[in-house]
Design a protein around this ligand. Structure first.
Ligand code: NAD
Length: 428
């Protein structure tokens, strides 16, 4: 099997932790590669009358713990290896969150900006028709991801329901509230990040009300992380940052006595870009995009995109930073991670830190299955329980094995999947 770099790295990370766990060969053989992969070709009649065929993938890495779960991506540079790597990561994420789901991921090779609304709907419906036997609430449950959104999920649900001959909302999550979606989903990921930070502070004996944070990004995850760092922990957020599409560079917005997330949200567009002029007029310092990482704060929260903490800038992190909460997916490169590990940084690894999103997606399918919907309070209370339990099981593993938190998170999740495979008789 040919592998690209990202997939090979994911396998190497797996091998590293498998060695630490002394995992047997049978479990390794199962888990190093996906259990099932689908490659389909989806014909779509375009608006100009021509026929275009799109390549689509669905990878089901492992379903020992329950139905596969993971997003559907529309990306021009999609490859089967990227989808494999992401499906494997979903297995670890669901397992570490201790939700009864396995790992999956899907992708279509397409730039969604090239599609009209009608073409997009036909592509989503075509994807479902091509893969109908693979999906279902008890088999594999996609969600929105890069390049797809809640509308796509509704078309997905509708097409699936037509083919199944049954209303089947639980076959996909990320649907809008009122269309089978769950309350609380918008804030779930950012809130989950702060629940992990709260639990970390308890374990490390830090008084949260005296702490400060610097956040990279000001989109969905960063906004709710900022709100709850202030509301739940009583701390101060010194800065957030964003990408400015017009200026084609990033900026940091800093206020020594703490930012006001509600005000900043009122001057932020739908893409998470804060207005420089309005922020400056309100007394914010508008600094370079990398200023967030240089702040003398207690907690750093990268919540923008991948590969942001690198060998080049990891040295800028203040010795006073006590916790790195990886809200984004893959924000730390392998080289930077080696430096942080050496330094003894307390890292809350991405697949634990941002698992609030998938946990709320799980709640969505549970509510769909029972056809009864919870209040937002009920959703967030359950989220708090799941996230704090997940954090503490990883923390306990790190203490027991004297392991770096990232390794401990992998150990917890790989062990759970391996145990489930053993219980089911897949391995000895
Ligand atoms: P988003 O698109 O809502 O926001 C992204 C933010 O990052 C925007 O404010 C953008 O301006 C900013 N940004 C982009 N490039 C930047 C740069 N170079 N410097 C500084 N800021 C920059 O995205 P989101 O949903 O908040 O997701 C953020 C991260 O969290 C991603 O890595 C995503 O994969 C991950 N994640 C999101 C969820 C979720 O539920 N939304 C769940 C799990 C993981």
């Amino acid at each position: 099997m040919s592998v690209s770099n990202a997939y090979e790295i994911a396998r190497q990370e797996f091998d590293h932790v498998a060695d630490m766990l002394d995992l047997d060969e049978e479990a390794r053989a199962f888990l190093r590669d996906p259990k099932k992969e689908y490659h389909v070709r989806i014909p779509v009649r375009m608006d100009d009358g021509s026929l275009k065929i799109f390549d689509g993938f669905r990878v089901q890495h492992n379903d020992a713990l329950g139905p596969n779960k993971g997003g559907l991506r529309f990306a021009a540079n999609e490859t089967i290896d990227t989808v494999r790597m992401l499906a494997m990561k979903m297995t670890w994420k669901c397992s570490v969150a201790n939700i009864p789901l396995g790992g999956g991921k899907g992708g279509v090779v397409v730039d969604p900006r090239d599609l009209s609304v009608g073409e997009r709907e036909r592509l989503v419906r075509g994807y479902v028709r091509a893969l109908f036997p693979a999906f279902g609430p008890r088999k594999d449950v996609p969600a929105p991801d890069m390049g797809t959104n809640a509308q796509d999920m509704c078309w997905f649900m509708d097409e699936y329901s037509i083919l199944a001959g049954n209303y089947t909302p639980g076959t996909v999550t990320g649907k809008p509230v009122g269309g089978g979606g769950s309350l609380g989903r918008t804030e779930a990921t950012g809130l989950g990040v702060i629940i992990c930070v709260r639990e970390a502070m308890k374990q490390l004996g830090i008084d949260s009300t005296k702490t400060t944070a610097a956040i990279q990004g000001f989109g969905n995850v960063a906004q709710y992380a900022a709100i709850h760092f202030i509301k739940m922990l009583g701390g101060k957020v010194k800065c957030v940052s964003c990408w400015n599409r017009e200026e084609k560079k990033s900026f940091t917005f800093l206020k020594e006595d703490g930012i006001d997330p509600a005000f900043l949200m009122s001057i932020t567009d739908a893409y998470g870009t804060v207005s420089n002029e309005k922020a400056a007029a309100a007394g914010y310092q508008v600094l370079d995009g990398d200023a967030w990482i240089k702040q003398d704060v207690d907690v750093l929260i990268p919540a923008a995109l991948e590969k942001q903490i690198t060998a080049e800038n990891v040295g800028f992190i203040s010795p006073n930073v006590k916790i790195l909460a990886e809200a984004a997916n893959g924000p730390t490169t392998l080289e930077a991670d080696a430096v942080l590990r050496e330094r003894g940084m307390f890292v809350i690894p991405d697949f634990l830190c941002n698992a609030g999103g998938v946990t709320c997606s799980y709640f969505e399918s549970v509510q769909n299955d029972q056809n009864y919907y919870w209040s937002v309070e009920e959703v967030l209370e359950k989220l708090d329980y799941k996230m704090s339990t997940a954090f503490n099981s990883v923390y306990e593993m790190s203490v027991e094995k004297k392991a770096y938190m990232r390794d401990a998170a992998y150990m917890v999740s790989i062990k759970r999947v391996a145990d489930a495979m053993r219980y089911r008789g897949w391995i000895k």
